[in-house]
Design a binder for this molecule. Structure first.
Ligand SMILES: Nc1ncnc2c1ncn2[C@@H]1O[C@H](COP(=O)(O)OP(=O)(O)OP(=O)(O)O)[C@@H](O)[C@H]1O
Length: 393
């Protein structure tokens, strides 16, 4: 067995030349057009082809995944969301064959992983790192040993292990903790160790199973930044499942929504978050919506008050399409009245402005019904709706 190390494009590689371990996955069958095309792409693609998974539990048969076909591009950050029991973990776990599909195929870089023998499977799993919600660190081992262990198991010589572990500890910002044991680390530090350990074999794919769900918001931000850096600097494909929509909004390029084991919808995050089409997506995204402030909600009426002054409350929605941005002076000009910003917020997702503004205008002002789609008038929002009336005074 020989080892070579190289540092190129900021990407450290430790190549293990072991005649007992295949250096590449089996060459795909060139007659299979799908396989051949995928094999030519950069490393780290995942393709699901009509994947279904059925469990035979004591309570009966569970169709956890049904007819899933999708492609995860190399070097992308791909999020999987869905209600509890939708099949997220089952899908994620088919990528490294922790679960095997009941039918259909999972291909990594064009190779159907069901065809791999035991040795090839070991090799595949080294190319696919995984991190977990509860970190799965060995409590009796130091930070250093937790990270070094997979390399020791793989038979890597000590000097190489020392080099690699040092490098990874620096990457995750934990070098000063190398002698510490997990129980003395914070949640964020434990996850950093988990990330370092997942990267020991310089994988092309990193699977994240609710990796930030046990962390507070500030620590979550730090871990997401680290994952982003790893994706950018090392070109690793990241596939993550989460119940936190903010995580998807923060770092993912693409998102898949699962519902009862089937694909509800999928696409670029800005597109899905801006205009969720499926009821499951709308329900999942509801917590991200700015709720009506209590003082407005309690005074809001469905019809204009019979007497006295009042304001009309309009909701302006932005879905990110066509480069449309909230422009308060334009809104005032188009509605031709005094406009008061009441509440709301606009996020930028992958450069697209989306969100919701609540504005108040004098009760008797006319809302141009085509403000959201006028040809003559400049468009002020993707959707404009009167949500109620608030008496003044
Ligand atoms: N090993 C198993 N045996 C039997 N049924 C299973 C098994 N694993 C998962 N299931 C069932 O398959 C369905 C999908 O489960 P899965 O864990 O993939 O969903 P999930 O979306 O990850 O859920 P959660 O968000 O709650 O973790 C559920 O009905 C679950 O009970």
């Amino acid at each position: 067995m020989t080892y070579t190390t190289a540092l190129s494009n900021n990407r450290f590689r430790l190549d293990i030349q072991d005649s007992s371990v295949p250096q590449t996955l089996p060459v795909p069958d060139e007659t299979d057009a799908g396989n051949a095309a995928a094999a030519q792409t950069t490393g780290g693609t995942v393709t699901f082809d009509k994947v279904s998974k059925t469990y035979h539990a004591s309570g009966g048969v569970v169709h956890a995944l049904q007819d899933i076909s999708l492609h995860i591009p190399a070097a992308s950050i791909f999020g999987i969301i869905g209600r509890s029991g939708a099949g997220k973990s089952s899908l994620l776990r088919t990528i490294n064959r922790l679960e095997s599909p009941s039918s259909g195929h999972v291909k990594v870089d064009g190779v159907d992983i069901a065809t791999l023998d035991e040795t090839e499977l070991v090799h595949l799993r080294r190319r696919i790192g995984m991190i977990f919600q509860h970190f799965n660190l060995l409590s009796a081992k130091s930070v250093w040993d937790n990270i070094a262990l997979p390399l020791q198991v793989a038979g890597v010589p000590r000097p190489e292990i020392k080099h690699r572990v040092t490098q990874l500890l620096e990457l995750v910002g934990l070098y000063d903790k190398h002698n510490t044991f997990p129980q003395r680390l914070s949640g964020g530090q434990k996850q950093r160790v988990g990330i370092a350990r997942a990267l020991v074999h310089h994988p092309e794919i990193l699977l994240c199973d609710e990796a930030t769900s046990a962390l507070d918001p500030e620590t979550t931000r730090g871990i997401l930044q680290l994952l982003k850096d790893i994706n950018k600097r090392l070109g690793i494909t990241i596939v993550l499942i989460t119940h936190e929509m903010s995580v998807i909004r923060e770092i993912c390029d693409q998102v898949l929504v699962l519902e009862k084991g089937r694909i509800a919808e999928s696409g670029p995050v800005w597109n899905l978050f801006g205009a969720p089409a499926h009821e499951a997506t709308q329900a999942l995204l509801a917590p991200l919506q700015h709720q009506l402030p209590d003082d407005i909600r309690t005074r809001l009426q469905a019809t204009p008050p019979a007497a006295g002054d009042y304001e009309q409350i309009l909701q302006l929605t932005y879905n990110g399409r066509g480069g449309l941005e909230p422009d308060l002076s334009l809104i005032g000009r188009v509605l031709n009245t005094r406009v008061r910003l009441v509440h709301g917020g606009v996020d930028r997702i992958q450069g697209h402005a989306q969100g919701r503004l609540l504005i108040a205008i004098p009760g008797h002002a006319t809302v141009i019904s085509t403000a959201s789609a006028s040809i003559e008038q400049p468009v002020i929002a993707h959707h404009v709706e009167t949500i109620g009336y608030v008496p003044l005074g």
